[in-house]
Design a protein around this ligand. Structure first.
Ligand SMILES: Cc1cc2nc3c(=O)[nH]c(=O)nc-3n(C[C@H](O)[C@H](O)[C@H](O)COP(=O)(O)O)c2cc1C
Length: 200
C-alpha cells in the first residue's frame, strides 16, 4: 500500500478489540524502529518505556483520564520520555558527536538561546519520534493512539525512570471493528491542501 493510502487509513483509535493482541515479535520490531528514530544532530534525548505488565498498565490507565478504557484494552502502551538534566545530556549524548556539530550548531543555535530553548528542542526530538512511530505502526498494520491526556506526575512516579520525564504515551493494538472514530464512520477532518501547503 502507498504511504498516502496508509495516511488515509491510520487514525487515533478510540476503541480497541481486546481479543486481538499484538505479538512479542511485533513489540520487538517496534523497539528497534524507535531506536532508529532520527533526531537533530543525532542527539537522541529520549527513552521509551514499553509497558506490557498488566498491573503496571492498569495503574497507568487509572492515571489517564479519558484514555483509561483504551489503555485497558490493549496489551502494549509505550511511554515516551525526554532527558531531564541538560548537563548530563551534554556529557552523555553530545560529547560523542563530531565536535563541529556541537560547536557549529548546538552551542550557537540552541544553547545560546537559553535553557528553556534547550528543553523545548530536546522535547521536539521526542515528538519527532512519535511521528515516526505512528507511521511505523500503520505500515505494520497496527492501530495506535498518541495520548497527551495523561497525568505526567503520576506516570513519572509509577514508571520511575530516573532522569527521564514522561511527555506522552501511545497505545498500540487492533481497533474494534465498530470503533466510532474509524475514518469509515468519522471522515478525516483536515484543513484543505491549499491552506497548509505553499508552493513557490
Ligand atoms: C501529541 C498528540 C496527543 C494526542 N492526545 C490524545 C489523547 O490524549 N487522547 C486521544 O484520544 N487522542 C489524542 N490525540 C489524537 C488526536 O486528537 C488526533 O490525532 C487528531 O484529532 C487527528 O485525528 P486522526 O489522528 O484520527 O487523523 C493526540 C494526538 C497527538 C499528535
Amino acid at each position: 500500500m502507498s504511504f498516502l493510502d496508509l495516511a488515509k487509513r491510520r487514525y487515533a483509535t478510540k476503541n480497541y478489540d481486546p481479543t486481538k493482541k499484538i505479538s512479542v515479535e511485533q513489540i520487538e520490531e517496534l523497539k528497534q524502529i524507535l531506536t532508529l528514530s532520527p533526531s537533530s544532530i543525532n542527539s537522541q534525548p529520549w527513552k521509551f518505556t514499553f509497558v506490557t505488565d498488566p498491573e503496571t498498565k492498569s495503574k497507568l490507565a487509572a492515571q489517564s483520564y479519558m484514555n483509561e478504557n483504551s489503555i485497558n484494552k490493549v496489551n502494549l502502551l509505550v511511554v515516551f520520555h525526554v532527558m531531564e538534566d541538560i548537563e548530563h545530556f551534554e556529557k552523555r549524548n553530545l560529547s560523542i558527536l563530531p565536535e563541529a556539530w556541537v560547536s557549529g550548531f548546538y552551542e550557537p543555535l540552541v544553547k545560546a538561546n537559553g535553557r528553556a530553548n534547550v528543553k523545548a528542542w530536546m522535547q521536539s526530538q521526542v515528538y519527532l519520534s512519535l511521528g515516526y512511530f505512528l507511521s511505523a505502526c500503520a505500515h505494520m498494520g497496527l492501530d495506535a493512539t498518541p495520548m497527551e491526556g495523561i497525568n505526567l506526575k503520576m506516570y513519572k512516579e509509577i514508571l520511575s525512570q530516573d532522569g527521564y520525564a514522561p511527555l506522552f504515551a501511545v497505545t498500540v493494538g487492533y481497533a474494534d471493528a465498530d470503533d466510532w472514530a474509524h475514518p469509515g464512520n468519522l471522515p478525516k477532518s483536515r484543513f484543505a491542501l491549499d491552506d497548509v501547503i505553499a508552493s513557490i
